[in-house]
Design a protein around this ligand. Structure first.
Ligand SMILES: [Zn+2]
Length: 248
């Protein structure tokens, strides 16, 4: 999908990895340190398919773009604890009316996806699985590394362990330069990544199309078909780490 860079993160207590996917180019940045000798990643296994996706039937038979979805070192980016907790930041850099409009647009995208996976909006960022912020993503360097280019949105995830289980959490940054209908379109697109579609569609009529379009589509049958296939894949997320010291 793009260039990969590795940076160690100094954290000896937690396995910590962050990945980034951008809306415009699909550039992927990996920040990783690997588990110590004492533990290793859970072997990828299937979770039960969420009932919302069991119920989903595509009567139009429109296919999917599952082949475009990336797997990662922990397998597919699948949630297994429901509802998924989403925090939407209250913007402070704009007036109340603009802040309200922004939050409303983002909540609309949350509402749209909640048809397919159980989502709940939480008030505290500390307990969120997915955080959505109105903040300019860091500039991206062009291939010649001379001209920084603006990103409209940036989605990244981190791995962490809790009670020896491996989990992930996402942060979505939506650029303040996006307004009106583009806010909901960007939120919809980035939420699709955060829910597990870690890749892009090549079709303009899908919410996960790799580029922004003038009339952004809503969640398509192909988006949901792809999501459903993702949730039928194995993952290390949501499973216990393997304790190597007990294997001897
Ligand atoms: Zn994207």
């Amino acid at each position: 999908m793009g260039k990969i860079t590795l940076h160690p993160i100094l954290n000896n207590r937690k396995l910590l990895t962050a990945f980034v996917l951008t809306i415009s180019t699909g550039l992927l940045i990996i920040l990783a340190n690997f588990p110590s000798n004492a533990t290793s990643l859970p072997s990828p296994k299937l979770h039960p398919l969420p009932s919302t996706l069991v119920q989903w039937k595509d009567i139009t038979n429109s296919g999917d773009y599952f082949s475009q979805v990336e797997t990662t070192e922990v397998g597919y980016l699948i949630w297994s604890k429901f509802p998924i907790r989403v925090y939407v930041e209250q913007p402070t850099a704009v007036n109340n009316q603009q802040a309200e409009a922004w939050v409303k647009s983002v909540l609309q995208a949350v509402q749209e996806w909640s048809v397919y996976l159980p989502l709940t909006v939480v008030e505290k960022p500390e307990i969120a699985d997915i955080k959505i912020e109105r903040k300019a993503p860091p500039l991206k360097l062009s291939p010649d590394k001379k001209i920084p280019r603006a990103r409209s949105a940036l989605t990244s995830y981190q791995l962490y362990t809790s009670n020896n289980f491996l989990f992930h959490r996402f942060t979505i940054l939506l650029s303040p330069s996006q307004t009106g209908n583009y806010v909901v379109a960007a939120a919809r697109h980035e939420l699709g990544h955060a829910l597990g579609i870690w890749g892009h569609s090549l079709s303009q009529t899908d919410a996960l199309y790799f580029s922004q379009v003038r009339n952004p589509p809503t969640i398509s049958s192909r988006d949901v078909n792809t999501l459903k296939r993702v949730y039928q894949q194995p993952t290390s997320l949501g499973w216990p780490l393997i304790d190597n010291s007990k294997m001897n």
